[in-house]
Design a protein around this ligand. Sequence first.
Ligand code: NAD
Ligand code: IPM
Ligand code: MN
Length: 368
Amino acid sequence: MNKQIILLPGDGVGKEIMEAAEKVLNTIASEYGHTFTFQQQKIGGDAIDYHGVPLPDNTITACQEADAILLGAVGGEKWDTLPAHLRPEKGLLGIRKTLDLFANLRPVKGFAPLLQASPLKEDVIKGSDILIIRELTGGLYFGNPSERRADGEVVVDTLHYHRDEMERIIDKGFQSARLRRNHLTSVDKANVLESSRMWREIVEEKSKDYPDVTVEHLLVDAAAMKLITQPDRFDTIVTENLFGDILSDEASVLTGSLGMLPSASIRSDGVGLYEPVHGSAPDIAGKGVVNPLGMILSVALMLRHSFGLQQEAVEIEEAVNECLEQGYHTPDLRIKDGTQVSTKEMTDMVLENLTTKSVCNRISNMYA
Ligand code: NAD
Ligand code: IPM
Ligand code: MN
């Protein structure tokens, strides 16, 4: 397989985790005979420093022409005082919107060796396996900027959704639930927000098209509580942009660290941008200790969703699991009796497990 991948390392720890991603892709390419061609482009603060804007035109063009996009993270204190349209985060929102990447899949599945790494009780989190589907190109994130500070004292953020935008993400929720355990939790704030009332109506209408999927509605405040008290009651969650952002960081606690969560942002034709859920982690950037696994697992999502390379994706996930079984972990994961390693060492362990696995698979295939 021949694929062109755009790398957008961005800011802070983005560069460190992107190095890990590239190594994993190179290993997969050589083990399986694929050709992955990389082109690095700028986004976020990195692009502001170089081009004066967070999302330069050549980054957009390169992303439009690519088979898939990998992103590290954007943002940092250095750019926090810039006007809204020039902030690094605007680069990320811009690429999501421009490419119409409306469906953000955030799988939250703990690895068995990390049960002890969560501050939550093991018997509470055991067996939890949740897919959070977050609407990514609408809602409060994309309100009209000119209204925001109309007269210095009044501030306005507009929450705007078209029915079509709700319908397509809710459909994605039902379809994803069907591929899992046929249970969909729709999260909203229908006791207060008109947008949530419309959302709930659409979920009810759509549920008739998916009679095999059981649906429940939860208000977002209660959902936030249940997510960490009864995580095993959830299968697929579908929700709007801001709620999904907050709930997914919360859900990462189930896995032991925010650094463990991958994500896929996709549009209807399968084009996708893949990135870990976490941000640029300025407090640890440059120290060589960032957990690369959220990024490495995002590479697995890219292989599965954009390239249909299921076996390669599973192999990456298994290689990650094996490292954790062996007790290796970066400092964000609190594990008793494990071996604390750096970003580079953790990545090398994944690569080593990947290579060994591929060799074993090839041998077992030969005798199959
Ligand atoms: P953050 O996700 O960067 O970090 C939150 C905490 O988690 C920090 O203590 C950090 O050290 C830790 N952490 C995050 N990822 C980690 C990893 N892989 N390994 C180990 N520890 C990890 O959130 P923040 O500090 O609130 O935001 C920092 C900047 O990142 C802000 O500018 C924000 O806008 C931006 N941000 C970007 C993205 C993105 O690019 N997708 C996502 C979230 C935040
Ligand atoms: C995320 C981030 C972004 C978001 C920010 C950086 C704009 O928090 O990807 O979760 O809120 O979508
Ligand atoms: Mn977020």
